[in-house]
Design a protein around this ligand. Structure first.
Ligand SMILES: Nc1ncnc2c1ncn2[C@@H]1O[C@H](COP(=O)(O)OP(=O)(O)OP(=O)(O)O)[C@@H](O)[C@H]1O
Ligand SMILES: [Mg+2]
Length: 462
């Protein structure tokens, strides 16, 4: 690629040095090459993109051939690429654990006005803190009513009739906390929400039909999304349609140029969900929130939609929040896990750490519900009772009444989030982690899961 070609290419794609406006990894790879040739600085963002390409290179042959075809089209020398990738691999070693935060939340609290009395306020999110990383999938898990959806919706200001507060609520570099007030309120009318919704954060609800208009052809609905995105400002209608077709074909929707002219009801459930996912991806948001996106699908289709999320995170470098009450789904999909109970995160850790070294008895109950935890002969480790009522929380830890490991203090004082010693990024809100607490054994079912996860991990590394 000559300098002139590079400049034309960068102009065409509205490319700035950070490269954030590029639409695909392939384009990025080309820029990396050009940058290398012209001795421009390679940033950590570049490295991450290229690492994704490395994955593609070693992944399916079909993807590899698409990549090679495109490289050829842009007249990029494959040999140079391989060298560039080697360099980048070395750089990756140095920056191994560097993660790019796109959402940062500290001490988030959400209260609703009581519908009957109008006055009283029920706090349902009671001080939640977490980060979301680019290109990584973070799972929100917990039983019904634990606060997963309310937390997710507070990231784009969509909780109706709610009062939201936080010490930090930073979304793609936009600070949403009103610093003029001492109470850290987040205004629902803050004009920055318009920059965030659909642009920085896309939301995929449980039922795809709720986000598709049954009376409108699919192609028109996707075009509507593209028309409000600055990414496609200079695109003609037919060029936009080319983009849609490419994305949908990439998502496994064959013959999509013809099919997109159909109405939503003409697609199967799995295909409709793919279309909704495509509508989220097309404007290249920083984060996609998928709130139980596969519960309405049958199990065989669920698996293929889940693998689609995995490839979106890596190929498009989008951070994903995946909400689910299925721990098996979380185990196959996520890089990080946040366990919710009664409006708090009671345990959070990178996935491997959570599945091999869990600390909270509620997490133990979740893990014990996985089929692999039991050989049929063991007694089940189950959770008795039901989730607490927010308007009448018991004193101390709301989990204490269901906690087989509860101590006296659990009924008096809610435990803080303890950092797990010798582990990175692992925290759990249980008094069992207090230095003076007696040491307890994890249930055998939980050990069984840990053992099988360790084995899978070691096998994968061979
Ligand atoms: N608009 C609202 N007004 C009042 N209370 C609400 C409102 N939305 C949610 N809540 C309450 O907030 C709590 C948390 O609800 P949330 O929807 O976040 O649960 P969830 O973890 O997503 O559960 P599920 O798995 O069933 O989707 C629940 O007690 C719920 O009743
Ligand atoms: Mg929910």
């Amino acid at each position: 690629m000559t300098k002139k070609e590079y400049l034309e290419f960068s102009k065409k794609h509205n490319f700035k040095i950070s490269g954030k406006n590029l639409k695909s990894d392939v384009e990025y790879l080309i820029v990396i090459n050009a940058k290398k040739n012209f001795n421009l600085k390679t940033s950590i963002d570049d490295i991450k993109f290229v690492l994704n390409i490395l994955k593609i290179n070693y992944a399916k042959d079909k993807e590899k051939s698409v990549l090679l075809k495109l490289l050829n089209e842009y007249k990029v020398d494959n040999e140079i690429n391989i060298d560039a990738l080697k360099d980048v691999k070395n750089l990756k070693k140095q920056k191994n654990e560097e993660l790019e935060k796109i959402i940062s939340v500290r001490d988030l609290r959400v209260s609703f006005r009581d519908l009957k009395s109008k006055k009283r306020i029920i706090e349902v999110i009671r001080g939640v803190s977490f980060d979301i990383y680019r290109g990584k999938i973070t799972g929100f898990i917990g039983e019904s009513g634990s606060g997963k959806s309310v937390t997710a919706k507070s990231l784009f200001g969509m909780n109706v009739n709610a009062i939201t507060e936080a010490k930090t609520l930073n979304i793609s570099g936009i600070d949403m906390v009103n610093k003029n007030e001492n109470n850290f309120k987040i205004a629902s009318k803050n004009k920055n929400w318009r920059e965030i919704r659909g642009k920085k954060i896309a939301y995929i609800p449980q039922n795809p039909m709720t986000s598709l208009n049954p009376t409108m052809r699919v192609v028109e609905q996707i075009l509507e999304v593209m028309n409000v995105s600055s990414l496609y400002e200079n695109y003609s209608r037919s060029k936009k349609i080319d983009e849609i077709v490419e994305l949908l074909e990439n998502f496994g929707l064959e013959n999509s140029r013809v099919k997109i002219k159909s109405f939503p009801h003409e697609f199967s459930g799995g295909m409709r969900q793919r279309i909704v996912v495509a509508m989220a991806v097309i404007s290249r948001p920083d984060v996609i929130i998928a709130d139980e996106p596969t519960t309405a699908l049958d199990p065989t289709i669920q698996a293929s939609v889940l693998s689609l999320f995995k490839s979106i995170a890596t190929e498009y470098n989008i951070g994903i929040i995946f909400v689910s009450h299925d721990i098996s789904v979380i185990s196959t999909l996520c890089d990080f896990v946040n366990v919710f109970y009664a409006g708090r995160i009671v345990e959070k850790a990178p996935k491997y750490e959570l599945f091999t070294n869990s600390k909270h008895p509620y997490t133990w109950a979740l893990l014990s519900s996985m089929p692999e935890s039991n050989d049929g002969k063991m007694e089940l480790y189950t959770l008795d009772g039901s989730p607490p009522n927010f308007s009448n929380l018991p004193p101390g830890d709301p989990f204490s009444v269901r906690n087989k490991y509860a101590m006296e203090i659990d009924f008096k004082e809610e435990p803080p989030l303890f950092k797990v010693l010798d582990s990175d990024n692992h925290y759990a809100a249980t008094w069992l982690l207090h230095s003076e607490s007696p040491k307890v054994q994890r249930p055998i079912q939980v050990e069984k899961i840990a053992e099988s996860v360790r084995k899978d991990f070691n096998d994968a590394g061979k």
